[in-house]
Design a protein around this ligand. Structure first.
Ligand SMILES: [Zn+2]
Ligand SMILES: [Zn+2]
Length: 342
């Protein structure tokens, strides 16, 4: 059977082509048809540079690790054909030291689709059909909107940053950067009862953050953030800018936490390390997620958060390149979704 797939063949070059599915579904795998996928900052880095965070792609690759899909062939798994499933893209080994502790995000033999971190690379979800491990497929109730369910993976990442920051009811939190990850961190933190404030250089996304749960927003360049120094229990850095990280060190209280959620890239910008020492700041990294996948699914299924507001645009799979270029332009506020052409 042939199907439509997109492939990143070089920096800025995405082709769509017809691929053939293998006749047999591998043991332990389920055959799936894409319902909705979404674009991530990671996909954008691969698209722009054929590399991300120091990982160079070794061959053409189908991008995409955020999606939900419909079961085509359950292949012996406890699933039914036609059923919608959320996809957890972390293919963990279950046996290493970290997996045994439940830290599957830090699995030392982890495999991840659409990523240069896994060699040989595994094609991602920006294609019409694919086979994926059954243990990564999570059932949802009938009637679940796939355009909301695709948020399960990115919301899990944002939820993880909220959890590693130990954000709870009443925590005074600043989120620097209102791209999709920052916006989803707003949703995650608001669901825990935190007092959430945000900042970004773009007024429109600051307004959007306030619509989805932030209590207050600041526009960098318009509002003075100087008076906010040392006033937050936790700052989540979601912009990817080293300058914003330095600003987070200013904004956080003494002995507060600064969490790095953004896909921050290697840089030569000086970091104000002395402030970490002087204020005894706890700097914590947040990479992917563990138990948060269930937490994120529950929040989506609860209907308590407005994901429609967080959808910036929808593109058919055949226009994956246009969708990535639209994201690269930086004019999209919220997530860009990909849907099968038919
Ligand atoms: Zn992602
Ligand atoms: Zn492992």
């Amino acid at each position: 059977m042939s199907y439509l797939a997109s492939k990143l063949t070089a920096a800025q070059a995405v082709e769509t082509l017809q691929m053939d599915l293998p006749a047999d579904v591998p043991e332990g795998y389920v055959r799936l048809k894409l319902a909705t996928a979404s674009l991530c900052g990671t996909d954008l880095h691969y698209f722009k540079h054929f590399a991300n965070a120091g990982f160079q792609l070794q061959n053409a690759l189908t991008l995409g690790h955020e999606a939900c899909a419909t079961v085509v062939d359950a292949n012996g798994a406890d699933l039914v054909a036609g059923q919608l499933v959320a996809l957890n893209p972390i293919i963990f080994c279950g046996e290493c030291e970290n997996c045994k502790k439940g830290l599957v995000n830090l699995c030392t033999s982890k495999r991840f689709p659409g990523s240069g971190t896994t060699i040989p690379h595994i094609d991602g979800f920006f294609r019409e059909y694919f086979d994926f491990p059954a243990f990564c497929c999570h059932k949802v109730p009938e009637g679940t909107d796939p355009d909301h369910l695709t948020f399960a993976e990115p919301l899990s990442c944002s939820m993880h940053s909220v959890n590693v920051g130990e954000v709870a009811e009443g925590t005074k939190l600043m989120i620097t950067g209102c791209g999709p990850m920052g916006l989803l961190a707003v949703v995650a933190a608001a669901s825990k009862g935190a007092v959430v404030e945000v900042c970004d250089v773009r007024e429109a996304v600051v307004d959007l953050a306030c619509e989805v749960g932030a209590n207050k927003g600041y526009v960098i360049g318009r509002d003075d953030l100087g008076a906010l120094a040392a006033s937050y229990d936790v700052v989540i850095e979601a912009s990817g800018s080293p300058q914003a990280f330095n600003q987070a060190l200013d904004l956080v209280k003494r002995q507060g936490k600064v969490v790095i959620l953004s896909n921050i890239q290697p840089s030569d910008t000086p970091i104000h390390l002395h402030k970490i020492m002087l204020k005894e700041i706890d700097v914590v990294g947040s990479f992917q997620f563990n138990r948060e996948f269930t937490e994120a699914m529950d929040l989506i299924l609860s209907g308590k958060a407005d994901f429609d507001k967080l959808i910036a645009a929808r593109f058919p799979l055949s226009q994956t390149a246009d969708a990535l270029r639209y994201m690269a332009d930086g004019k999209a506020f919220g997530k860009i979704l990909l849907k099968p052409d038919n």
